[in-house]
Design a protein around this ligand. Structure first.
Ligand SMILES: Cc1cc2nc3c(=O)[nH]c(=O)nc-3n(C[C@H](O)[C@H](O)[C@H](O)COP(=O)(O)OP(=O)(O)OC[C@H]3O[C@@H](n4cnc5c(N)ncnc54)[C@H](O)[C@@H]3O)c2cc1C
Length: 371
């Protein structure tokens, strides 16, 4: 049986759910087509960091949209929990990054300067004694550190769920099923073929994360998004949590709302392999114990997750209309920053669908740049 929707969104991760949310706000109904469940991939198993000042493309091409999305997150935190009934633990935090040798210092100086220069952020140096006072369990080989305040975090799974629930409350639908093809008529997409039926639509959004390249085949458009595997260990530790997120020696330790200390994350090209691996577990435990040696005795692995970031060749997202099509749009490829960028990409995509343009800083992120 064929049902109908205004906009069919393929993918129920943060991107697809953000598009549905902002479409609903604009009075447009949509259906999120999701094969495995809302936020069951990277959007459910990420670190939930919203640092808008650092990362691939920041400072640089991603700076404006990262800043915009960071401030949209702050606004959403005032309303989205009420709109959805889902608590997702958005909060402003500090992190401390430590140096083990001189080679760490230039990057730390850059972190210091970037945080000091940005409105609402600040940073200062900590000497070895101050580090020890802050967290006596830190490796005594840590020579100095940077305290950086103003970043924010949230729980990625609950955030994505909140977007989809709020969208549903405003009229969006979630359809469990796998999209396997598009129905087309000239330059228009008229529907999505699922394994178990058809969904007619006025427009389609490809928000299928690392699986987006497959939809490119359906459209005859190259969507160069590849899976980039990341694993995280969630540790149950004896004693109090460290006072701040910690990083150094290539590992991050995040204090998260589930009461566990998250050690992450690995970065590997392993195709679509989503299995947690022994080698990643060992790498992450080695990094965690380098930061806090006591964890070797006191930490137990409560959960070990593996999932796939949607990565483009230039590590920048793909946003906007699919070339050659009247009503097909792309919201994908956000790599290591998809939770941060979801509000801005969702709003920009909804604007482009409803008004043909957006004030969001998305120039240069069209898929045409790879042609
Ligand atoms: C270890 C790790 C840590 C991370 N930490 C951070 C962080 O701290 N901050 C940050 O901003 N980002 C972080 N990220 C990145 C972030 O998680 C991703 O960029 C983001 O979740 C991507 O969202 P998405 O909606 O594009 O993709 P996904 O979450 O992968 O969602 C795509 C969805 O599409 C569905 N789908 C695919 N094909 C089909 C089909 N044919 N039919 C129906 N459904 C389909 C999939 O089932 C999936 O649910 C991290 C990622 C990893 C792996």
């Amino acid at each position: 049986m064929t049902s109908t929707t205004e906009v069919a969104i393929i993918g129920g991760g943060a991107m697809g759910c953000a598009v549905a949310y902002y479409l609903a706000k604009a009075g447009v109904s949509s259906t999120i087509i999701e094969s495995e469940g809302i936020a069951t991939q990277a959007s459910g198993y990420n670190a939930g960091g919203l640092n808008p000042l650092q990362g691939a493309g920041i400072p640089g091409a991603l700076s404006d949209i990262a800043a915009k999305s960071f401030s949209m997150h702050a606004d959403l935190a005032q309303t989205l929990e009420d709109e959805s009934g889902v608590e997702y633990h958005h909060k402003t935090i500090a992190f401390v990054t430590v140096a083990f040798d001189d080679s760490d210092l230039p990057e730390m100086q850059a972190t210091h300067d970037i945080f000091e220069a940005a409105d609402g952020f600040r940073a200062h140096w900590l000497d070895a004694a101050e580090l020890r006072e802050m967290e006596p369990r830190l490796n005594p080989e840590a020579r100095c550190g940077i305290y950086a305040y103003g970043n924010a975090i949230l729980s990625g799974y609950e955030f994505t769920l909140a977007l989809s629930r709020a969208a549903e409350r405003m009229g969006a639908r979630v359809r469990q099923g796998k999209a396997i093809a598009l129905r087309t008529d000239g330059e228009r997409v008229t529907g999505v073929t699922l394994q178990d039926g058809e969904l007619a639509c006025d427009a389609v959004v490809i928000a299928s994360g690392p699986w987006s390249a497959q939809a490119g085949d359906w459209l005859g458009v190259s969507i160069p998004v590849e899976p980039y595997k990341g694993e995280i260990l969630r540790l149950r530790i004896d004693g109090a949590m460290p006072p701040y997120d910690l990083s150094g020696g290539g590992t991050n330790l995040h204090i998260r709302a589930d009461g566990l200390l998250w050690a992450g994350a690995t970065e590997e090209r392993k195709g679509f392999d989503r299995e947690p691996s022994d080698s990643a577990r060992q790498t992450l435990m080695t990094g965690a114990t380098k930061l806090m040696p006591a964890l070797a005795e006191s930490a137990q692995v409560a959960k070990h997750t593996a999932c796939l970031r949607p990565l483009t060749p230039d590590w920048l997202p793909i946003i906007g209309a699919a070339p050659g099509w009247d009503n097909a749009y792309l919201a994908t490829g956000a790599g290591k920053k998809g939770i941060l960028l979801a509000p801005a990409i969702g709003k920009a995509t909804a604007d482009i669908i409803t008004a043909g343009e957006t004030a969001a800083p998305v120039e240069g992120f069209g898929v045409g740049r790879f042609a």
